[in-house]
Design a protein around this ligand. Sequence first.
Ligand SMILES: Nc1ncnc2c1ncn2[C@@H]1O[C@H](COP(=O)(O)OP(=O)(O)O)[C@@H](O)[C@H]1O
Ligand SMILES: [Mg+2]
Length: 240
Amino acid sequence: MSETNEHSRLFLPSKSSPSTSTTEVTISWSNLHVETRNSSSSCWSSISSSCFRRHKKKQEKSRILLQDVSGTARTGQILAVMGTSGAGKTTLMNALSGHYGDNLLVPSGNVYLNGFPTTDTERRKSGHIGYVEQQEYFIDTVSLEEHLIFQAMLRLPSEWTDDERRSRVKNTIAQLHLNKCMKNTINQLSGGEKKRLALASVFLTEPSVLLIDEPTSGLDSYLAMHIMGTIHSMAIEQRK
Ligand SMILES: Nc1ncnc2c1ncn2[C@@H]1O[C@H](COP(=O)(O)OP(=O)(O)O)[C@@H](O)[C@H]1O
Ligand SMILES: [Mg+2]
């Protein structure tokens, strides 16, 4: 299925024009269920005089990571998912964004965009969902600005001109208060600046639905407040 067909099937416009404002998108999910695949693993349980002795393979039971989870987030709304470590927050984000990244997991249930059921691929390719993962990986030797220009080349539609991309990068840098360190290489950035850079990489595309895993982890309380303020302003902007 081509991307255009995917968009028309979902009744969502494609994000090709730089002036297109963020599309109103309601994301909802029902009966999401994720469990690990049954697997056989080696059991190393006894030690002979100089080496481990391998016992016969044993069947590991599958483990439920998410069980019948349902919910909705509307345009302009901020929804916080809270839970203890290991509760399944990241698993839920992966499921909603369509990024499982692990074929050892067995997902089921539905995720809808504006009421239409979607596949993982459709959500990943729609351009309407941005996902900031907890751990981002960067090339240490490029500058913050170069990183964002590269991200703009990858993430923004091919119809955009270089000037339009640069202008979006400039605005995003200002939005996340990264001007002071935009010429620094990534290995010269503080933890908080790296976190904001990860957010900036996704903010570039102005996604309608923004999934952020642990948005304030590793930030001091001032920066955490600033990031939450930025997210709040973006949500208010969408309500207009
Ligand atoms: N690919 C996987 N295979 C097996 N267990 C997993 C996998 N991914 C996550 N888990 C387990 O699922 C549980 C939920 O993980 P996660 O969603 O990362 O929790 P949280 O983000 O709330 O801390 C944890 O116990 C974790 O060990
Ligand atoms: Mg997590």
